[in-house]
Design a protein. Structure first.
Length: 342
């Protein structure tokens, strides 16, 4: 075969391959996230392209479910969605990163969902197999089918998810209420013969090391939560973010819609600071990051964490509020990765 004929053959093969990809919907080409055998049974069709298209539509035209999917498209890397059946309902888990990397579980904050990790996910998924779980009490894709009367049920639900996903060893990261839940999960795991949690990261955990102090910012935040207005959201978020202008408008659209749908989160009264005895039971390496303008924590929170946690590491993030994952995303990402890799 001459060189010219070889070139023609290669071109013909390339054209055929291109046509097959187009006709086949590009599923195998676009699916950059390898799925493990434990995840395969729960895998949802890849909707990333559909989610991105939703960015072209006005928020007023979209349902809350579509607003969530639209916000999830802010993740700058490939991901897959799992729908896992549990004793309390369907759990939505967003998976990213190498299938053979160490598992890293992310728990989002109150009035939020897994979309909130869009400033952090690329850095984390480069090194870990990330499982971002939509809490049953949040605004994401998880849906409860049973009454949830206390946080013990929620903690057991997370442990059930670890079982179903066959996560025998993992690192756990929790933000705000997710931080409180991460501590509760770690305490529950400590009663097992062998805890699955290897390292714990708490990002401005709510009501974990101390009570939230009453302030003007807190009252303003509560007022906005009960009376959300999309036109005033950035101004309102100045009480929890030092850089509210950095929060993507697409994320804010679904954030406000979630507040309108459920202004008073479930089980909020169960978020009470943990006792010294409870915190002393956490003997694994723990990193606590708190913004210097965090209305839900202060230096006393850091000092208590440093004093009581057996292997506690604490750091105050400068120029950051309660939303430190977006206020100082690069700084927070570096701090987490450095701690997790020790």
């Amino acid at each position: 075969m001459t060189i010219s004929m070889q070139v023609i053959s290669w071109i013909r093969a390339l054209v055929i391959l291109t046509v097959l990809v187009i006709l086949g919907g590009c599923d195998w080409f676009d699916d950059k996230v390898e799925v493990t055998s434990a995840e395969a049974a729960y895998l949802l069709p890849d909707r990333h392209a559909e989610n991105v298209k939703l960015q072209q539509q006005s928020a007023s035209q979209l349902s809350n479910v579509e607003l969530y999917q639209r916000a999830l498209s802010l993740w700058p890397i490939a991901y897959r969605e799992l729908s896992v059946p549990t004793s309390l309902g369907q759990a939505r888990v967003i998976v990213a990163g190498p299938a053979d990397a160490e598992p890293l579980v992310l728990l989002h904050g109150m009035h939020a969902n897994s979309a909130m990790w869009y400033p952090n996910i690329a850095a984390l998924a480069e090194h870990y197999r990330v499982y971002a779980i939509d809490d049953l009490l949040g605004s994401g894709g998880s849906r409860a089918s049973a009454d949830i009367s206390d946080m013990d049920q929620v903690v057991s639900w997370y442990q059930e998810l670890f079982d179903r996903l066959q996560l025998s060893s993992l690192h756990l990261v929790g933000a705000s209420r997710g931080g409180w839940q991460a501590v509760a999960i770690t305490l529950a795991e400590s009663t097992r013969e062998k805890s699955r949690i290897q390292r714990l990261v708490l990002l401005s955990p709510a009501q974990t090391f101390g009570w939230i102090e009453l302030s003007g910012d807190l009252l303003a935040s509560i007022f906005f939560t009960i009376n959300p207005d999309r036109n005033e959201v950035q101004e309102s978020l100045q009480s929890v973010s030092s850089r509210p202008h950095m929060i993507n408008p697409i994320y804010l659209d679904q954030y406000v819609a979630a507040l309108e749908d459920d202004p008073v989160p479930g089980l909020i009264t169960e978020l009470r600071p943990f006792s010294d005895q409870q915190l002393q039971q956490i003997t694994l390496p723990t990193l606590v990051l708190i913004g210097d303008n965090d209305m839900m924590n202060n230096n006393d929170s850091l000092e208590r964490a440093k004093k009581i946690l057996v292997q506690g590491h604490t750091k105050q993030i400068k120029n950051a509020g309660h939303f430190l994952t977006v206020d100082q995303a690069e700084h927070v990402n570096r701090a987490m990765l450095k701690f997790l890799s020790r």
